[in-house]
Ligand binder design. Structure first.
Ligand SMILES: Nc1ncnc2c1ncn2[C@@H]1O[C@H](COP(=O)(O)OP(=O)(O)OP(=O)(O)O)[C@@H](O)[C@H]1O
Length: 750
């Protein structure tokens, strides 16, 4: 417990003569005593036990604080807080008693922030728009007028100019262009044009002619919406969407009536293939895999195998299209041998400079990254990328300060913050929702927060009910401002208008995911920015990004935190008489500590909140343990300082028994764990162990196109497509004519 006051600042951060409750000599005595204890433990190479660490301060505080201490937020200067009874601001009106009050020491014992010596690399750039109009294509006039009037588009983007003619010719295609460059229309327009032109007019009861697979439900809804708009003049063609979370019964009814362009997530389609009699693929002409690298990843392996086998069993002649902003070399080569004479479409400027593609057919090398290096992807030119190195203890306040900076002090900002798991999204969503808006409004003015001071927080992740997911997706789409906290469920394909900032609070597990996350901003030629928050020990990740031609510039943590001096509700009393704007580093530190204390007070206001924060911390460590092998030297769970990370969850101390229950569960299942020599006191190790299974599962997944790699493991990839030579063919696993029933088949154009 701290020296009584809920917001008492102590240690290095406590300003001399500041708001503390101890008199000068007593304060000095307390500090000397605390430092002596600390030196003793440092000398022995271990941290002092939590209780003893605070004992000196606690004893003196007890003596000195018969009186209550003043809270230091402006507007609350008169209000006094008892250490036992002080209340944390909760916007739901419930007031809970504090169990313990102790202010953090945020700026002590942090690792040094290294200088970033990032190599400046030339990013791969693409031209978004062309000067060619849709009416120059050989499309139905009603389709053109729908594009012009309903979608308000006249000129084609580069990827559309290259893809539409090639797809109208009936070619299989691999399409790669940067995020937000119009790939959806690049496949939707040819599908609609072809289906409306069919000689025997399509009947609803014919069932699906086109099957579009997308990785997430929101993307399914979004693609469905685009197709629906394009089909306005062609009312006899019926689009439909299948996605998890919807009522299966109503989907079955729609399938029974007939859907001609079927958009689905893989899992839900498998559900229907297994359980719905009315689903068939007899007339499939198009198979489209949007975000193909994700769909063909190990995570979807089983589902895709079921779907492709079902489709191939009924339909041998169709056009296959694979699209993504990050079609890796692995995916393209593997798809190459399973597609029939595919056209490879890429919008990269550099290869185009050498040989201009004719009619959408790009030279073979151009789906490979410029310069022939593996897996470098184009990034929108108007996207400004930043990185901030922030010690673990300061992560939470830095994120909150950044949100305030952009969404409170700047106009019309819309932000997406990515986290590594659903639990982390939930934790930060509720924490911010309960603390930040109430601080900003109520504490500054003594009134409830006004519309102008209110921060709008939304959250989106896979553990939410579908109705809520859809509502949030719609609300954020139509909103001009707001902060969406989410997992990677929102990373792929979503076209959320006017997003100005992307924050990656937890680093992504691959450069492809980095590209997709930041690609939610700066779409279709707009401006946007991104911020990646890394711990000092993770600084090397900047070089890893550079090796994929991704350039980030540094934003200093102090710059982020300095915004707190613009809001007097974070003012410490030492600075009461000074002008905020002239604040120096010490005031910034003090204000950051005030903000951290707001979070800690909230978390420690009840046992249940403390255990909620511990669970979130546990989820963070679990997710941290799943980085792929090649990133382990940068993101290794053993390099985490549990006590420091705990601070970023509003916890005052490192939990002692973190992960024990999980480890016990795993122990029961995995007899092999015993050899790891578990020590009950080593919490991080326990969590590592409890996540061993997850790591093993995800290792392959992170290797990129793991599904195909698994199929082909053990033999060299053919560099050029060859024809199948039947049963003994070395590529038989991908060839429809030999082992259909066992294999994930992309193509079956017999
Ligand atoms: N020719 C065009 N003119 C103007 N706007 C367009 C055009 N084509 C597409 N758009 C708009 O551009 C935005 C991005 O399109 P889309 O979502 O298809 O991009 P994408 O390349 O699929 O992105 P991602 O790789 O992130 O999935 C959408 O709002 C879409 O309406």
């Amino acid at each position: 417990m701290a020296a009584a006051g809920g917001l008492r600042l102590h240690g290095a951060e406590s300003p001399a003569g500041g708001p503390g409750t101890l008199s000068g000599p007593r304060r000095a005595q307390a500090r000397r005593q605390a430092e002596a204890t600390k030196r003793k433990h440092q000398a022995s190479g271990e941290a002092p036990p939590a209780k003893r660490r605070n004992k000196a301060a606690f004893l003196l505080a007890k003596k000195a604080t018969a009186k209550e201490t003043q809270r230091t937020f402006k507007g609350k200067a008169q209000k006094t807080f008892s250490p036992r009874k002080s209340l944390v601001g909760v916007s739901d009106g419930t007031r809970e008693q504090k169990l313990c009050v102790r202010t953090s020491s945020l700026f002590k014992n942090n690792p040094e922030i290294p200088e970033l010596h990032r190599p400046v690399v030339k990013q791969v750039q693409e031209e978004v728009f062309t000067s060619e109009a849709f009416h120059e294509l050989d499309l139905h006039p009603h389709l053109i007028s729908t594009i012009n009037t309903v979608l308000n588009m006249t000129s084609m983007t580069s990827v559309q100019k290259q893809s539409i003619p090639a797809l109208l010719e009936g070619r299989d295609a691999l399409v790669r262009s940067q995020t937000g460059s119009g790939k959806t229309l690049a496949y939707c327009i040819p599908v609609v044009q072809t289906l409306q032109a069919m000689k025997s007019k399509i009947q609803r009861s014919d069932g699906p002619y086109a099957l579009v697979l997308v990785p997430t439900r929101e993307l399914a809804l979004q693609s469905f919406d685009t197709v629906q708009k394009l089909l306005k003049p062609f009312t006899w063609i019926v689009p439909g969407v299948l996605m998890g979370g919807e009522r299966r019964k109503s989907e079955k009814a729609r399938l029974r009536k007939g859907i001609n362009i079927l958009i689905s997530t893989p899992g839900r389609l498998v559900d229907h293939i297994k359980s719905t009699k009315n689903i068939h693929f007899r007339r499939i002409r198009w198979l489209i895999l949007d975000e193909a690298d994700r769909i063909l990843d190990l995570g979807f392996e089983k589902d895709i195998t079921v779907i492709l086998n079902a489709v191939n069993a009924e339909c041998q002649k169709r056009q296959n299209v694979l699209l993504s902003a990050t079609l890796t070399e692995g995916v393209t080569r593997l798809a190459d041998i399973s597609l029939l004479n595919p056209v490879r479409i890429s919008v990269l400027d550099e290869p185009r400079g050498q040989s201009e593609p004719q009619g959408g057919a790009v030279p073979e090398a151009s789906l490979l990254p410029a310069g022939g290096e593996p897996d470098s992807f184009a990034i929108p030119e108007s996207l400004h990328q930043h990185v901030a190195l922030v010690p673990s203890k300061l992560r939470l306040v830095s994120l909150a300060a950044f949100i305030l900076q952009k969404c409170k002090f700047e106009k019309d900002q819309k932000m997406i913050v990515f986290f590594s798991s659903c639990e982390l999204v939930e934790f930060h969503y509720h924490l911010f929702l309960q603390t930040l808006p109430s601080r900003l409004g109520a504490l500054a003015s003594g009134q409830p927060p006004s519309a102008s001071t209110r921060l709008k927080f939304l959250r989106l992740h896979g553990n939410m009910k579908q109705e809520e997911r859809t509502a949030v997706f719609q609300e954020f789409s139509h909103s001009k401002t707001g902060v969406l906290l989410c997992t990677d469920v929102a990373a792929r394909g979503l076209d959320l208008p006017q997003v100005t900032w992307i924050v990656q609070y937890n680093a992504p597990s691959s450069p492809a995911e980095y590209i997709h996350r930041i690609g939610r901003t700066a779409r279709i030629g707009c401006h946007g920015s991104s911020l990646l928050i890394l711990a000092p020990s993770e600084a090397e990740y900047v070089n890893s990004l550079a090796s994929h031609k991704i350039n980030v510039s540094e934003m200093k943590m102090e710059e982020i935190l300095s915004v707190l001096t613009r809001d007097d509700c974070f003012k410490g009393s030492r600075w009461g008489s000074q002008k905020s704007r002239a604040a120096g580093p010490q005031e910034i530190r003090e204000r950051a500590t005030v903000l951290q204390t707001v979070f800690e007070d909230y978390v420690h206001s009840s046992e249940s909140r403390v255990s909620w924060a511990k669970k979130a911390l546990q989820a963070f460590i679990r997710a941290y343990a799943t980085y792929p092998r090649e990133l382990k030297p940068i993101f290794h769970v053993r390099s985490l300082h549990l006590g420091h990370v705990a601070k970023s969850f509003g916890l005052r101390d490192a939990p002692q028994n973190l992960g024990v229950a999980a480890v016990k569960r795993r122990k029961a299942n995995l007899s092999s764990t015993s050899h790891m020599g578990l020590s009950s006191s080593n919490s991080v190790k326990q969590v590592v162990l409890s996540t061993a299974f997850i790591r093993a599962q995800t290792r392959l997944r992170h290797t990129g196109s793991g599904f195909f790699q698994a199929v082909l493991r053990g033999r060299a990839l053919p560099t050029t497509p060859a024809t199948c030579s039947g049963r003994g063919c070395s590529r038989r696993l991908l060839c429809p004519s030999s082992q259909r029933e066992k294999t994930p088949l992309i193509h079956s154009q017999a």
